[in-house]
Every structure is written in structure tokens, then in C-alpha cells.
Design a protein around this ligand. Sequence first.
Ligand code: KG4
Ligand code: ZN
Length: 334
Amino acid sequence: MSAVILAIESSCDETSAAVISNGKVLNNIIATQAIHQKYGGVVPELASRAHQRNIVAVVDEALKISGIKKHELDAIAFTRGPGLMGSLLVGVSFAKGFAMGLGKPLIEVNHMQAHVLSHFIDDPKPAFPFLCLTVSGGHTQIILVQDYLAMEVIGETQDDAVGEAFDKAAKILGLPYPGGPLIDSYAQQGNENAYKFSDTDMPGLDFSFSGIKTGFLYFIRDEKKKDEKFVEKNLNDICASIQHQLVKMLLKRLEQASAKTGIKEIAIAGGVSANSGLRNKLKELAIRKGWNVYIPKVEYCTDNAAMIAMVAHYKYMNKEFAQLDVAPLARMPI
Ligand code: KG4
Ligand code: ZN
């Protein structure tokens, strides 16, 4: 069955469109919203308005570059959730209007499933079953993936996401949003054992990042009382140490999940999987444990429509179409 699908992503602060033809992603257009930088975080109302401004141009560009005419599309896919309601609404409404105008079916996609399927955009592809550590600004989950569309969350954060912990630590250090990539770059020049931060013990395979965030806040506050230039003088070491502890917390659970399930096919996905500390430590652990690890290209780690297109492709094959009255879901379990 041939399938040419236009996919749209608008769950947070990235407006993106991609075209997929028979399982091969032809392009991945992303408009990042710079407006949030000056507010130190994503402002939902501004994100929604920026999606409205960008979406037509982004979709046009995706169609133009792929050389696909609108009438050649077999379906229109969109992120239904989870995400910010105002942001999701823009993509969902656009997709509905577009599909209705063309008389084509709609495909709804779960954003977290899409992060997992980002591993099927390029080679090498993991073999089923595999474990996927999905780490972003909104989520921290360990997912047991049995098949393209059959997956189960076996561990997740009970409070903040790890990306949020990176961003909040950066904010405490006076760095702009999103701070995760900046912590990563300063960390590369620092000593990861300079300062110690503690883990919060959680049951099973779950995570908690609120304790380390508060601990970090108090640590910086107290050190600044002793020396107001503490952060400027020690920025590299501070970033390396907090990153080291966050990565350690992630890998500890991943190691336990592998031991519990006996699975050695290990993937990471989501914005934080771009982190060089996580990538390097995961590769080291893989050698010790005999794991095959899969790390997506940076372009497919952060939010993008190519991964939405991947899920849409498999749903199209199963003829899983959405109704025209489908509504976005801010919370949407896998
Ligand atoms: O998947 P994503 O683009 O959006 C969400 O669905 O949340 O992830 C964004 C998150 C932000 O918290 C950002 O700081 C973090 O991913 N991030 C990083 C790095 N690159 C992006 N965190 C640490 N190191 C990085 N290199
Ligand atoms: Zn995401």
C-alpha cells in the first residue's frame, strides 16, 4: 500500500512539518520560536500565536521541498497530545481544515510514541523488543517497546522532567532559556566531581527530579552568600557536576530496567538525548553491559514532524484514522 503523508507537529514551541513517502521521510521543516528566550521559559499564549503565524509557511515549505502536490497526499497527520493545549489546537485545527478541504483522511499521533519512533527515520534501527529512555522538557519515561505501535511505560518521573531540571538549574545560574544545551557546553570544560548533588530514592523504575532542583537552588544561594562571584568563577565545574548527577540518575534506572526485563537493545530519545554527557556515559555503559545502543541524530532528538510522520506511516498501514471531530489532549497516555 503506497502512502504519502503530510505530518504536523505543534505540541510545544516548535512548529514543524514533514512529508513521508512509503516510510521514507523526505524532509523535516522546523520553525523554532525564539520569543520564549526573554521570558526564561515557554509562554503558552505566545507559543500558540507563533504557531498560528508559522504553520502555513512551514507546511508550504515541506510540500515544496518534497515536490509533492497537495492532491498527491494520502493522509494528513498531526500531534494530538500530550502538549500545551493552545499549541496543540493550532496543529489539530490546521490538519482538520487541510484534510477536509482535500477530502483526505486524518491520522492522530501521540507525541511520546513519536519520540520513540524517531529511531526508525534512519539506520541503524533497534530490534524489538527494546527499551527507550525518553527524556525531554516535559517527560522522563522508560518505555518498553514491543512493536511500532505497541509500547508501555515501565518507569517515569513523579514530578519534574529531567529537561526541566536542566533548564531550572540553568535559570538559577542566570543562563537564558532553554538552558539544557548551555549546561552541556559549559560542562564539557568542567570537573564533574567538583560538587556533589544527591539523588532522591524512588520506588521501582520511577524518577524524581524536584529534590535535586531544590538542593541545587540552596547550594548556589549559600555559596553566593560566601562569594558573590561563585557562579562566574566556577561555572564549568558547576555545570559538569549537576549534569553528571542528572545523567547518573537516568542511567541508574535504565540499567535497572535492562536487568529487570533482560533487554539489551537500548535507545534514547527526546530533547535531552542531545546531551553529550548522557550520550558518552551511555556508550561507556553499553560496552560494559553488552548493550546495543541507539541515539538519534540531534535533528530528531528535539521536537520535529519527521517523527510524527513515522508514527503516521505505521498507523496508515493499519488503517487507523481519526474522526473529523477529534480534539487535542494536553495529557495523553501512550
Ligand atoms: O523534546 P524537546 O525538544 O521538547 C519537549 O517535548 O519538551 O526537549 C526540550 C528539552 C529542553 O528542556 C532542553 O533544555 C533539553 O531538551 N535539551 C538539552 C539539550 N538539548 C536540549 N538538555 C541537556 N543537554 C542538551 N544538549
Ligand atoms: Zn518532545
